[in-house]
Design a protein around this ligand. Structure first.
Ligand code: DQA
Length: 150
């Protein structure tokens, strides 16, 4: 362990979020995953923080990324996509690493199908940002910066 404070946030996007920009733009907008990651990076820089961004369509790969953050990251911002509604394993991984977690959903999941109303991740998240479009990622960085005392 180093004495220096951890300065890097892990930004994790789950399945199908690589298709942002072309995927159901009436729900998710026209901005791409690259736009999301750049927005998070710009916002983090305002707080002297850095962002490591990663996207995967695979549950176990996301879990590995969460584990790897344990000793090196200041916190995790995660949009788990559809795994939000299905994955006990991702929720367990997030609670297992003891880092502050901000859960983000681009769309307002509570205005959508009933199966999107339940999140396994919410009970282990410090904060939840839903329905703010991609600006939710900006809000998430600001909130995480606040939580870690930046
Ligand atoms: C989502 C909402 C989920 O229900 C959906 O499966 C996604 C994206 C959102 O950002 O609004 O993939 O997490």
């Amino acid at each position: 362990m180093t004495d220096s404070p951890k300065r890097t946030i892990l930004l994790l996007n789950g399945p199908n979020l690589n298709l942002l920009g072309t995927r159901e733009p009436e729900i998710y907008g026209h901005e791409t995953l690259a736009d999301v990651e750049a927005l998070a990076q710009r916002t983090a820089a305002e707080y002297d923080l850095a962002v490591e961004a990663f996207q995967s369509n695979h549950e176990g790969v996301l879990i590995d990324a969460i584990h790897e953050a344990r000793l090196t990251k200041a916190g995790i911002i995660m949009n788990p996509g559809a795994y939000t509604h299905t994955s006990v394993a991702i929720a367990d991984a997030l609670s297992g690493v003891s880092l502050p977690v901000i859960e983000v959903h681009i769309s307002n999941v509570h205005r959508r199908e009933a199966f999107r109303h339940h999140s396994y991740v919410s009970p282990v998240a410090a904060s939840i940002i839903i329905g703010a479009g991609i600006n939710g990622y900006r809000l998430a960085v600001q909130q995480l910066a606040h939580l870690i005392g930046r």
